[in-house]
Design a binder for this molecule. Structure first.
Ligand SMILES: Nc1nc(=O)c2c([nH]1)NC[C@@H]1CN(c3ccc(C(=O)N[C@@H](CCC(=O)O)C(=O)O)cc3)C=[N+]21
Ligand SMILES: [Mg+2]
Length: 307
């Protein structure tokens, strides 16, 4: 039987275009940076410092796109590259230098650090007012507390929620499942959704039958780091899927020799979900946009205090 036009059920999820949404946000940041520079008579410029230790190809790529993002937004970027063999004390010294530098409003130490370093010790050394990654335990702690706000919210979870909001997907009163409990994505994502009045369940590597919970979810944020982990038939029809995963799988047909896939089996999920982010082009570009946004926020606070 023919269906009335417009009432036809969609057989494919709507794509949430993270790349386009991130580009819009970057434009907003660029305008605000320009306004700030003008207001200060050219004396004030937001600045981000990026510290890279070691020679990991993926880290080098990310750091390059962060610096490029800064440049496009009118944010000054500072960079320190240290060799894999650097000592923890050398990294701490760089962090302290940027802590004290008034031109720097955000400090990012690219993770993962070489295994001989105590990651938490280094993250804790970053001044709380410059912790644009939002990884400092004090920022995570404030995020977890009702009635408190962190100075900065971690970029990937913040970008994930921003994608929902800018796609007009309701969060309050909805049931959300976060897959994965990492300090930098899963846990803060769960706290952010809870702050927006979702009812949140976190499933992880020790959860028997995670699909049992995912099937009830209006919103799924997948951040477990396992390629194609969430299957299409685990999803509630019409749900919103935010796929944080970036897993490289071998693909000889690609120039690079691999392609990126998410933590959700996209080909299956796109037939069931109502909205879904692609990988690449979903959460990844938002992470960088949120980093620039956090840097701008930090800069504005410093500017107001300096006036
Ligand atoms: N201190 C710290 N802060 C971070 O925010 C941080 C980090 N360390 N370590 C590594 C992860 C990963 N991360 C990404 C950023 C952008 C993309 C991104 O732009 N991805 C593109 C494509 C990338 C490609 O094609 O290789 C996309 O998904 O469309 C991905 C991943 C930030 N991280
Ligand atoms: Mg896990």
């Amino acid at each position: 039987m023919d269906k009335v036009e417009g009432e036809q059920e969609q057989d494919q999820a709507q794509l949430i275009d993270g790349k386009a949404i991130a580009e819009t946000i970057r434009g907003e940041i660029r305008d605000e940076v320009a306004r700030l520079k003008e207001e200060s008579g050219g004396r004030f410029e937001p600045g981000l410092a990026v510290v890279l230790v070691g020679e990991r190809k993926d880290s080098q790529t990310y750091v390059r796109s962060k610096k490029k993002g800064c440049e496009e937004a009118g944010i000054k970027s500072f960079g320190t590259d240290l060799p894999e063999t650097a000592t923890e004390e050398e990294v701490l010294a760089v962090v302290r230098e940027y802590n004290a530098d008034p031109r720097v409003h955000g400090i990012l130490v690219q993770l993962p650090l070489p295994s001989h370093m105590d990651e938490e010790k280094i993250l804790m050394a970053i001044s709380i007012e410059k912790d644009v990654d939002g990884f400092h335990p004090e920022n995570i702690g404030k995020l977890a507390m009702r009635g408190r706000d962190p100075d900065f919210v971690c970029c990937t979870p913040k970008g994930s929620v921003e994608l929902l909001e800018r796609s007009n997907i309701p969060i309050a009163g909805k049931s959300a499942v976060v897959v994965g409990r990492s300090n930098i994505v899963g846990t803060p994502a769960a706290m952010l959704l809870q702050r927006r009045n979702a009812t949140v369940t976190v499933v992880h590597s020790r959860t028997p039958n995670p699909e049992k919970y995912i099937r009830e979810a209006d919103i799924v944020i997948a951040a477990c780091g396992v390629a194609n982990f969430v299957r299409g038939d685990w999803l509630k029809p019409g749900c919103a899927v935010i796929d944080v995963g970036i897993n490289a799988v071998d693909d000889p047909t690609k120039k690079r020799g691999y392609r990126l896939v998410g933590d959700v089996c996209f080909e299956e999920a796109v037939k069931v979900a109502g909205q879904i982010t692609p990988v690449p082009g979903g959460v990844g570009p938002m992470t960088i946009a949120m980093l620039l946004q956090n840097t701008l926020e930090g800069a504005k606070k410093a500017y107001e205090q300096g006036k």
